[in-house]
Design a protein around this ligand. Structure first.
Ligand code: MTE
Ligand code: MOS
Length: 756
């Protein structure tokens, strides 16, 4: 089934925050940003700006009726700056005017004097200064210190990975409308309507029931709107509350790139010990997370880094330590993979280092150490229904690893200025929020008297197709045609206390809640049908193609007639469903538990061609075998896998965030920050889903798919590295993503190639 949003998107008829018709008298807000990365505010005078043409008001932290605090996990983040600014672009004041242009024009009349403080942008420097958000955490298995003695080879190294701009098509934004008695209705482009509701209530000093948040869909989130949609919605709400007028606040691209957080850059040190045959015995790793200027989701992301420290491999002795390091950059935040990709890049780099030193193929080390059934992760959980080897072997057979790597060799032997490279990338990703409490979801289903159905859940549609998947689940559970089902907006008055749509759990959890709700309704309707057909056992009733069937035979009773009759007999046609992922827990004092409902597996092989004159490369092909369980929707899942792969490759190769020493983002526009376009996209992205791979741990035997495929993109780094080595075998390999053409060219030609 095709995603019902697609025709709307292609015709430009799907509605986003900025497309919504606004009520009469709507005002427009613009955010005045801090010009300094770190400093004490000496003077802030907005008096003159407030009298500007068309300006309705200029608000600062002093105008906040409730708490000036938007931190969700750790309360360390002001909505509007108080005494200190911590990053360039930090919101300082909010100008509200008749147009956004008028609001921005008033910026020049804001007087802001700042006493500069030293700005830190490097996480290792922050670590040395002791400016950590929480004390470092360590996951451990076996005894690393003892294991070194048994190793035939020990390698060490350093790995750096850059951040990543989300570059969702729709920038951050919200419209807030005052309703009666001090209430506010907020239309927000958020992955977390409840998050917006909770924090807006805090900022306004109102109970949560006074705040209603509504989200139709968002134009991409990728994690960037999990937490960081909240401040903009709160600012719009604050202005609407103060001025008693509707207020719209939508960032333009430049504002969005400068002011919002991105994927965390990491810097890491590793030590890897192996037996002669490539068996990994010990892994010691330290992750320095560049967390940015406030905690945001950094501690949760750090936790997921630790959970994915060993990726798809079993290592008997592990010590993984990680630290959240404050810096004076816009607070880094969730981004597809949530800290997992950063961890996997380090271990793959360690494996490459070992392979290079031991003159082994990385593939031998990778394959030898893949997870087997019942292997234990450093966090104590045993892998169940392990498909790591199955994915690897199916990929090997299906795509012919031998032939691919032989082709690379013969091509490289025959060509001087063009070189090819290839790399395999296995992935194992845990599904569930690692904060157990968040693994719950609710749904509300109404059957209307004409037999049509409205479904509300906590899931937010962001292009990942969750609404289509939920529609399929509802239609299937009620056994009616999908055309009868409509997915309503995500609204805090219909689905309360929801988790953000994140951690790839949107369809898993909300889908199950919908199933539960639909089962409630269909149970009542079947009992009624049995009664109408003078039959004892309601279990003999089935609804197929909108008709009631009795013991397999079609009757004359239609779905519509049944629903109408139920209404006439005063039978409840609505139902609320609730789902909480069972049997998961995690003990943070021991750092052990069973945090995930299950794991997703897969293997990708990436082939690239390097132009050794220019340092540019093309990604020729990415072949994937992926474990999607029993897919809820093949087209959507393929789209998720393909999109994830390309986004992952972008992170590894061309997407480069460059900051000046004083904390200014220099790559702050689409002319300086490059995301993969259609020309860069691999000519071949071939995704094969495992067959007969049902997953009893998720709704209708499916598996979550949103994030895992991004990590296949990591293979591109190592494929390019292979090609670089083929041109210059004496060059020292380095692990410093993104691997931009500039870095490649330096490696190929500089006398002493150095890591930038
Ligand atoms: N796909 C599209 N098109 N747009 C997005 O913003 N976000 C990703 C992924 N796929 C995203 C996407 C992220 S970060 C997550 S966590 C999941 O979708 C969230 O949706 P799900 O839980 O329904 O998979
Ligand atoms: Mo996704 S990074 O969990 O929003």
């Amino acid at each position: 089934m095709k995603n019902f949003d697609v025709p709307l998107h292609t015709k430009g008829r799907s509605v986003f925050v900025d497309d919504m018709p606004v009520p009469e008298g709507t005002l427009y807000a613009a955010v005045f940003p801090s010009p300094a990365a770190h400093g004490r505010i000496k003077k802030l005078d907005v008096g003159k700006a407030g009298t500007g043409e068309g300006v309705a008001a200029v608000l600062t932290c002093k105008d906040i009726p409730g708490q000036n605090q938007v931190g969700a996990i750790i309360q360390d983040e002001c909505l509007l700056a108080e005494e200190t600014v911590h990053f360039m672009g930090e919101p300082v004041a909010l100008v509200i005017a008749e147009t956004k242009a008028a609001a921005k024009k008033a910026f020049k009349d804001i007087v802001l004097e700042i006493d500069p403080l030293p700005a830190v942008t490097d996480p290792r420097e922050s670590y040395a200064n002791g400016t950590l958000i929480i004390p470092p955490r360590t996951f451990a298995l076996g005894d690393v210190d003892k294991a070194w003695e048994e190793c035939d080879m020990i390698v060490e190294g350093r790995v750096d990975s850059g951040g990543q701009e989300h570059y969702y098509m729709e920038p951050q934004g919200a419209v807030a409308v005052p309703v009666e008695d001090g209430g506010i209705k907020i239309y927000s482009s958020t992955q977390s309507p409840t998050g917006v509701q909770r924090i807006a209530a805090r900022v306004l000093g109102q109970p949560m029931h006074k705040i209603e948040v509504d989200t139709r869909r968002i134009g991409g989130g990728f994690g960037g709107k999990e937490d960081q949609a909240t401040p903009w919605a709160c600012m719009a709400a604050l202005a609407a509350y103060k001025l008693k007028k509707p207020v719209k606040l939508v960032l333009d691209r430049g504002e969005d790139i400068k002011m919002t957080g991105k994927r965390h850059p990491y810097s890491s040190d590793f030590k890897l010990g192996l037996k002669e045959d490539g068996t990994i015995l010990a892994y010691d790793v330290m992750f320095y997370q560049n967390s940015g200027a406030s905690a945001d989701l950094s501690t949760a992301i750090l936790e997921r880094t630790l959970f994915h420290g060993t990726n798809s491999y079993f290592i008997p002795n592990v010590r993984a330590t990680a630290a959240c390091c404050y810096t004076n950059l816009a607070p880094f935040t969730a981004f597809r993979g949530f800290g997992g990709p950063q961890a996997m890049f380090v271990l793959e780099s360690a494996i490459r280092t070992a392979a290079e030193t031991m003159k082994l193929s990385p593939r031998v080390i990778q394959q030898k150490n893949l997870l087997n059934e019942d292997d234990t992760f450093p966090y104590g959980m045993k892998v169940e229904n392990c498909r790591a080897r199955r994915c690897w072997e199916e990929a090997e057979e299906r795509y012919g690893f031998e032939a691919i790597f032989q082709n690379v060799e013969s091509f490289n032997a025959a060509n001087r200025m063009k070189k090819k490279g290839a790399a395999v990338m296995p992935v194992c990703f845990g599904i569930s929020f690692t904060n157990t409490m968040m693994n719950q979801a609710g749904a509300l289903v109404h059957v209307y008297t004409d037999g049509s159905v409205g479904v509300s859940t906590g899931a937010v549609e962001m292009g990942q197709g969750v609404n289509m998947k939920i529609l399929g689940i509802a239609a299937c559970t009620l056994s009616i045609s999908p055309g009868r089902v409509k997915i309503e907006t995500t609204n805090t008055t219909r689905a309360a206390n929801t988790s953000p749509t994140a951690a790839s759990t949107g369809a898993d959890m909300n889908g199950r809640a919908v199933q539960v709700a639909c089962q409630g309704i269909i149970g009542r309707l079947k009992r009624l049908a049995a009664e109408l057909l003078h039959h004892e056992n309601a279990d003999d009733i089935e609804i197929k193609e909108d008709m009631v069937h009795l013991t397999g035979w079609k009757t004359a009773l239609s779905w519509e007639a049944l629903v109408t009759e139920a209404f006439n007999r005063r039978i409840d046609l609505s139902s609320h469903g609730y789902y909480a992922t069972p049997d998961i827990y995690f003990d943070r004092t021991e750092e052990k538990g069973k945090p995930f409902a299950y794991h997703v597996f897969g293997t990708a092989v990436t082939e690239v061609t390097l132009d050794c004159l220019r340092g540019t490369y093309e990604i020729d092909a990415v072949h994937v075998v992926h474990d999607a369980g029993k897919s809820l929707n093949f087209l959507i899942d393929r789209g998720q896998a393909e999109g994830g792969v390309v986004q992952g490759i972008g992170w590894m190769t061309m997407e480069e965030l460059i900051y000046s020493k004083d904390g200014r983002l220099l790559t702050d526009s689409s002319s300086t920050y490059k995301v993969p376009d259609i020309k860069f996209t691999p000519r071949v992205v071939d995704v094969h889903f495992l067959e007969d791979a049902g997953n009893p741990k998720a709704v209708m035997n499916s598996k979550a798919i949103g994030e895992p495929p991004l990590m296949y993109g990591i293979g591109a780094y190592f494929a390019i590295l292979e090609a670089m080595k083929a041109f210059r075998p004496d060059g020292d390999i380095f692990f410093h993503s993104p691997l931009t053409p500039e870095k490649v060219l330096n490696f190929l030609y500089l006398k002493k190639p150095s890591i930038p």
